[in-house]
Write a protein that binds this ligand. Sequence first.
Ligand code: UDP
Length: 490
Amino acid sequence: QALTAGATAQPPPPHFVLVPLPAHGHLIPMVDLARLLASRGARASLVATPLNATRLRDGGVDDQALLEIVELSYSPADYGLPPDCQNADKITDNAQLLPFFLALRELAAPFDAYVRALAPRPSCIISDWFNSWTAGVASSLAIPRLFFHGPSCFFSLCDLKATTHGLHERIAAADDREQHAVPGMPVSVKVSKGRVPGFFISPGCKELREEAMAAMRASDGVVVNTFLDLEDKFVACYEEALGKPVWTLGPFCLHRRDAEGMASRGGDKPGVSESAITAWLDEQVPDSVVYVSFGSVARKLPKQLFEIGHGLEDSGKPFLWVVKESELASSEAREWVEALEARTAGRGLVVRGWAPQLAVLSHRAVGGFVTHCGWNSMLESIAHGVPVVTWPHFSDQFLNEQLAVDVLGVGLPVGATTPVMILDDDAAVPVLREDIARAVSALMDGGEKAEVRRRKAKEYGAKARRAMEKGGDSYEKLQQLIETFIYGGG
Ligand code: UDP
């Protein structure tokens, strides 16, 4: 296009290519990051599998200038996965997790072709820790590359320290409950075999982990969805251990609308409309309602569902409980939940499917959250000043529990000692109704300990908001990041 007389050519905006893991809990923060970058004048390209690309477009995620969705595909069937397995939510069995990670490596070739065709070359690639295959593409084209960590800095630091000191091998050889101290942490952290992510210690995942660790050491730094005031000592220690910048740019959720988070989930719509949920919350006393939800993956068997329902009923507190459609597959479960709703009408609200979690957590009526400790949920709760009952299920969630309870002082454990698996696990011992009623009452009732937890949560919430405002640490760091990589890391 010819320039009009006197006009000066504008340099193109810095261009970030983001490569999320196609799993809901990993996709949400990367979508948030892409939208944040675009809102600050950078171009953001979000790499998505066809299924996720459709979900994100349907949800209007790309309705923002400077943000585009790039569709790349792999062949799940070649790895024994369901043919439509273009997102982790299509996995039906824990044994499919490793093939899923291996199948994702097929994205390297189309990704290489996509990046090579870009002119000018992108300023920086930001890839999920699990997508270490991006490292080869970035280094062959001399494009700077950052690793994105979905979990907390505390968790990622524990993982690095455990790897450096050969702790995973010792844990793998030990029995389930033997406690191991993680060396080199700024606070005391204990882990046991039954309460660490399976991919830490599973022999099948060793190669993938080693690849990811090597790719991280060769990267230009890492991005973590957290804020400095929340994890300052872990950020400093991580930066020192890695010898690279750790960009703490969150909590991203303070920049999100609920619809964007829901978009990456696809078809699952809330069983009760957002306005009906808000209207119900509007009638409740401030800080009185306990919100109960276990993220996008964990699925409860009926026996566990009944214990949760009884526990909430016995606690006597107002509750808003999200029950997944897949948990209501049997008529027994459906009828039981309907009977509970009738018994607790007015005091309890059961949402089937998917709740607008940010709208719920930011409502003044919500004063507690029973959570599985997924990092997105945990951070969303903290960012809105809501203390938690912790009930970790798998992966990083056990360490997130330690962070919330022992370090930040915003959480109270439900007392679950037996980890449950990602999907249904008939052998898992349910958490009993007494545990749930006791923990919910202790979280929501007054009393010194409850007040301290609530005060701390509200203080962190205020700090989170400050971090994301102009002049705040996360806001200014995002600006620095854009400027650092404006000329491809120059
Ligand atoms: N979420 C939601 N509504 C629900 C359940 C989950 O909006 O009914 C969102 C929640 O806000 C969070 C994400 O889904 O952003 C769950 O991520 P998390 O890391 O907490 O857990 P995961 O799903 O990865 O186990």
